[in-house]
Design a protein around this ligand. Structure first.
Ligand code: ADP
Ligand code: MG
Length: 281
């Protein structure tokens, strides 16, 4: 299965005074089974792009192919229902995703909608709630009484309950403390290793370096780069022109190299770096 965009344009509120051209000629091919980061300024079009992958937004022109499903400007909503199960999207703002009276009802909504019996859906709900780090006492609580980070966990659980092949996460660790963010990323990595494709919007380059394989850079509605993590962080001037910070370890290596060291800037972990420095002293 692959995710392909061909000449995709998206114009919000076309032919009105509020019209906004948010995606411009996007061509993309995201590898099946990869964990791909989507980075770029606020307003560069990241959220708009990923909402095309589960057809929450339709392109104004161009086409998107998700496995055997083709998405174009003229798709009828019914024809895209199977896609909602295949590609699960966790919104940037989890409040937009939660709407039931209890967390249990919220999580079983998706699976029930795709024909799973209520009793089985409840078993799934308990399982996914545990995966996102919440215990069963939450099942009967209202999602609206939760903190921002807990709402995010529940929204993620609701999508995991549908067991999508493609998991799309829009800034999933915003509102989580560092430990919570780490737990969540480890969970996504585990899901990725089980064979699922993960697409994650992130502003945290340390996370991108540690967890992702490939990186897509967006700027002003265009995809400007699509490279491996090792390659992208070599483009220091380009990233700096977009005010994107380097991962801490990468920027440390560059500083060391300015002072005479010759260290491979694609090193990702501290132990390896320490060894390398030791060897060169
Ligand atoms: N519903 C909408 N109507 C009009 N413009 C929108 C709408 N949603 C987003 N935009 C605009 O499209 C651009 C891209 O937004 P978005 O995809 O949310 O960017 P990002 O996720 O990278 O911050 C922004 O300039 C934003 O203001
Ligand atoms: Mg966004």
């Amino acid at each position: 299965m692959s995710i392909t965009f061909k000449k995709v344009e998206h114009v919000y509120s076309e032919n009105t005074p509020f019209s906004y051209h948010a995606l411009k000629g996007v061509d993309l091919n995201i590898k099946t089974g990869s964990m791909t980061a989507l980075i770029g300024h606020t307003g560069s079009g990241k959220s708009t792009l990923i909402q095309h992958i589960n057809a929450l937004l339709l392109p104004t022109s161009g086409e998107i192919q998700i496995e055997d499903v083709m998405i174009t400007a003229t798709n009828k909503p019914e024809s895209l229902k199977p896609l909602r199960k295949k590609a699960g999207l966790v919104f940037q703002f989890p409040e937009y995703q939660l709407f039931e009276e209890t967390i249990l009802k919220d999580i079983i909504f998706g699976p029930k909608n795709f024909g799973i019996e209520e009793s089985e859906a409840e078993i799934i709900a308990k399982k996914v709630l545990k995966l996102v780090g919440l215990d069963e006492s939450y099942l009967e609580k209202s999602p609206f009484d939760l903190s921002g980070g807990q709402k995010r966990r529940v929204a993620i659980a609701g999508i995991l309950a549908m067991d999508p092949d493609i998991l799309i996460l829009d800034e999933p660790t915003a509102g989580l403390d560092p430990q919570g963010a780490k737990e969540m990323l480890n969970l996504f990595k585990k899901i990725n290793r089980s064979g699922k494709t993960i697409i994650i919007v992130s502003h945290d380059m340390n996370q991108v370096l540690e967890y992702c394989d490939d990186v897509i850079v967006m700027s002003n509605g265009k995809v400007e780069r699509h490279e491996s993590v090792d390659e992208i962080f070599k483009e220091t001037e380009y990233l700096s022109s977009l005010s994107i910070d380097l991962p801490t370890i990468t920027s440390f290596i560059l500083q060391l190299n300015k002072h005479g060291f010759k260290i491979d800037s694609s090193i990702k972990d501290v132990d390896q770096l320490v060894k390398e420095i030791g060897g060169q002293l």
